[in-house]
Design a protein around this ligand. Structure first.
Ligand SMILES: NC(=O)c1ccc[n+]([C@@H]2O[C@H](COP(=O)([O-])OP(=O)(O)OC[C@H]3O[C@@H](n4cnc5c(N)ncnc54)[C@H](O)[C@@H]3O)[C@@H](O)[C@H]2O)c1
Length: 442
């Protein structure tokens, strides 16, 4: 089986490496020359636990190849996975230009039947556009080579991507041909040996499933953030409320954590794209409008708490910001809530000392050099002379630091916990004032 994966970002690189790991001959194609050359040397463009080992092993075993040329590698491919980005366009809709450019290239270079599988998150109806773009390129060459299109949205979570790909909850596939089904069945069979979890459906439903899944998760987060903010006003504690409602199996425990708002490369853009899809179909998605608005406000909550604590004057204050990535176990800084917090702190005249176990390199690309912003080696360096600590990303290593040592280093022992990972009573015993999200503090 030969598979081409176009786009070696989070989705493409993980998919390509995992497919190679079960024995498939995989060529990962990317237009980024530097990224491709680095991958050949074993230098990965992203941090994802376990990925480096799989990439290096399979590259060395000759099952995983990297190239910038689809034309040179397309011969003999059974399937091509399109895994390029679909960032939000100016109007919020998913920008299809990268996906369609790949489709055009496929039509330009293919010489035999192939199944073209879109893994990128694309609006409903995109597979028709992919099909049309391939046909158009074929027509320009004066050829009519059969092919199928399929939609196979990806549900992997950054930070747990290998596990998610290797043992998926479910694989959603939209297709309309038996030949494509046979190809998809063959590719995914190794991942499903302990239970059959491919959900076949029509193509529009598969495309919609991805957006609906992310929108549902974003909704749970915004819902809990709304409840959290009300908890603060009425004297309740959202952590206790979360446990109370999560115990109901109809609700479930996951994605009920109040915090600093969702970020990352998927939820914000997919919610936007779904809103746009609704508007285009004269169907305002009122719930999602609220989800997005709540999230925008929630990203400001930690800053507001810090500002209030210092009576509106942050000038000359030093704030230690713990965590930069939009969530733990990734270096992805796309739409990370830390960005808005740091920008607001700097704008208010504060000095920021920050640390993240893996995302500093990515974060440095986002902020212009600024004497008031210092990237540190560890949490202890961030707290030297700090007037407050703000926890933004709940990395494991932040869960139980040496409080005694921290207390000795800070100028003022106060913690703003944007992820509710600390215990108010325990921290007050350590001599810290504590402010969480959705908790009333006397
Ligand atoms: N990141 C996630 O956790 C995640 C999860 C599920 C789905 N998705 C979806 O998967 C898609 C890819 O996301 P990502 O985070 O992997 O993107 P990414 O930005 O990390 O990577 C995209 C890659 O595609 C390459 N590319 C762009 N145009 C190309 C072309 N014409 N030919 C070859 N390569 C090209 C880029 O150079 C880049 O390396 C998006 O639609 C996203 O919404 C992402």
């Amino acid at each position: 089986m030969k598979v081409i994966v176009v786009g070696t970002g989070y989705v493409g690189l993980v998919s390509g490496a995992c497919l190679a790991d079960v024995g498939v001959d995989v060529v990962c194609v990317d237009i980024d020359i530097e990224k491709t050359e680095n991958l050949k040397k074993g230098i990965l463009p992203i941090y994802e636990p376990g990925l480096e080992t799989i990439v290096k092993n399979n590259y060395e075993r000759g099952r995983l190849h990297f190239s910038t040329s689809l034309a040179d590698n397309i011969a003999g491919a059974d399937a091509i996975f399109i895994c390029v980005g679909t960032p939000p366009g100016e109007d919020g809709s998913a920008d299809m230009k990268y996906v369609l450019s790949v489709a055009k290239d496929i039509g330009k270079y293919m010489n035999d039947y192939v199944t073209v599988i879109t893994k990128s998150t694309v609006p409903v109806g995109s597979s028709h556009k992919v099909r049309a773009a391939i046909r158009e390129s074929q027509a320009a060459r004066g050829v009519d080579i059969p092919f199928d299109v399929a939609s196979n949205p990806e549900f992997l979570k950054e930070g747990a991507a290998i596990k998610d790909f290797m043992s998926p909850d479910r694989i959603v596939v939209g297709l309309d041909s038996d030949q494509a089904k046979e190809v998809v069945d063959t590719i995914y069979r190794p991942f499903l040996l302990n239970g059959y979890r491919i959900l076949y459906m029509d193509i529009p439903s598969a495309e919609m499933t991805k957006y609906a899944a992310n929108a549902m998760l974003a909704t749970r987060i915004s819902f809990m953030n709304d409840i959290a903010n009300l908890c603060e006003l009425v004297g309740a504690n959202v952590n206790q409320v979360r446990q109370g409602i999560g115990a109901d199996p109809r609700i479930g425990k996951k994605f009920l954590y109040a915090g600093v708002g969702y970020g990352g490369s998927c939820f914000p853009k997919d919610v936007k794209a779904l809103l746009k899809m609704g508007a285009e179909n004269q169907m305002p998605m009122r719930l999602l409008e609220a989800v997005e608005a709540i999230n925008e406000d929630q990203k400001k909550v930690l800053f507001a708490k810090i500002e209030r604590y210092f009576d509106g004057n942050l000038s000359g204050r030093t704030i230690a910001v713990w965590g930069l990535a939009f969530k733990p176990n990734t270096d992805d800084m796309r739409e990370a809530p830390s960005t808005m917090l740091i920008e607001s702190l700097l704008k208010a005249g504060a000095r920021v000392r920050t640390f993240d176990p893996v995302a500093i390199h990515e974060a440095q690309k986002l902020f212009a050099a600024n004497p008031d912003l210092r990237f540190c080696e560890d949490v202890y360096e961030t707290v030297e002379g700090a007037d407050a600590i703000a926890l933004v990303t709940e990395w494991n290593e932040f869960r139980l630091p040496n409080w005694e040592r921290i207390k000795a280093l800070v100028a003022n022992p106060v913690i703003f916990d944007g992820r509710n990972i600390y215990d108010d009573i325990m921290l007050s015993k350590e001599g810290f004032r504590y402010f969480g999200i959705g908790q009333s503090h006397p």
